[in-house]
Design a binder for this molecule. Sequence first.
Ligand code: SF4
Length: 478
Amino acid sequence: MEIKKIRFIEPGNRPYKKSLKNYFVYDRYIRTPSLGLITLATIAKDSVPDTYMYSESISSVDWEDVFTADIVFIGVFTFNANRGYEIAEYIHKNSDAKIVMGGLHASLNYEEACAYADYILLGEGDETIPEIIKYFREDKEPDFAGVAYVKNGECIKTGEPLIPHSIETIPDRTLCHNYEKMVGHSTIWPQVHASRGCPHNCAYCALVQHYGRKVRTRSPENVVEDIKRTIAFHKKKKRLAEILWITDDNFFADRKWAISVLNAIIESNIDYKFTIQVRYEVGFDDEMLDLLKKAGFDELSMGIEFLEDEAFQQYEKKSTYSEILRSVKNIQSHGMRVRGLFIVGADNHTEGVGKRLADFVIEHNISGVLIQSMYFIPGTPVYDTHKDKLINGDWSRCIGKVVHYPEKISPYNLQKEIIYASSHIYSFKRLISALFKKRGLERILFIGEYLWQKSVRKELKKELPWLKEISDKSGLYN
Ligand code: SF4
């Protein structure tokens, strides 16, 4: 089979819609295009020069262009899986293109995804994408390790995927349609991913199931080169918030390497601000904190998740409330802000969880929050223990909405707790205070998040009548 044209598609949670709000507000329509998928498109382009990508986060898809491709790769996370399946069916109906699906959700949940695509690529695609192109060219069934497909009505898996030898590819962001035009939007972040894998094993974490517990890193020079190119790409348009997000799941797992990357950033004299996700242990590492500050990190996003030791233990998150608090204080004493990433809906959570969260955030000067309602991705330990508690199989609701029947609080009340926490942390009073007391980027970020959280609450409120109905009907919370 001749392979002359390849298209990559990142489905949106909903298809992209043009709106002025996109400049300021993340919601279901707009996000930064997937760096992982752009990296894979960059790799595929070496084999097939006519390779291009559409991300429904930032543009519509030119379907006529897609229908004439020989292969269409679709990458899905959980929140956009339904839309990914819809797209696959649409392409099947209108084109002879081979459809290959991959990404975290399809890979961990390949039996479900098999119903929609010709092949599922499991795990990371850096080395399997060139391989599958080669197999198609030779008219061979791609039966190397790490593929799933339907044969005789059954979804078969050819074996566990191999881990790529190198992860040094610098993504060519120009391959993603409309990206260059959209870089002025404050909702689209310059991003670099510098390592993969995490040695921990939190029960709800799909990333560690996908990338594994062995940490693999890019060379500091390669990371710095990527950072420089990303900044140059995003400087094509004026941005309000000039911050680059290092998106690693656990950048600090290999301490020696993390220090070498931070030193390389400092030596390169890159004049930019950065943010990154951290576990609480980083807050006890004074040398690391000094380096982070020197390299341009003014804010760290901590995966705090819970505020109760019971929840940490149940979900295998090795931390305690008092350690989290000590860590937050120490990071702040090094002149950096702490943003908090939280999960609500743990088995121990009761009414009042939203108030506890908001009180904690306000009292300890947490600069911003991301509140995620507990959800269970197939392939994670918590899915095995809690899958019966899912409200339904609608993956598109996994965008912060309550998707399960929690143990001690109804779905309806839990969604109200999230709304409560958001409205107190991002209250009008705190907005006015931020306008007077915060400066520069900190002020811009708070205003942006105030608007974003307002739109999040609006979406959450719309669902309350339905959640009330199913909570009452369940008979679990009388
Ligand atoms: S520390 Fe973070 S990346 Fe590692 S397993 Fe836990 S949640 Fe996942």
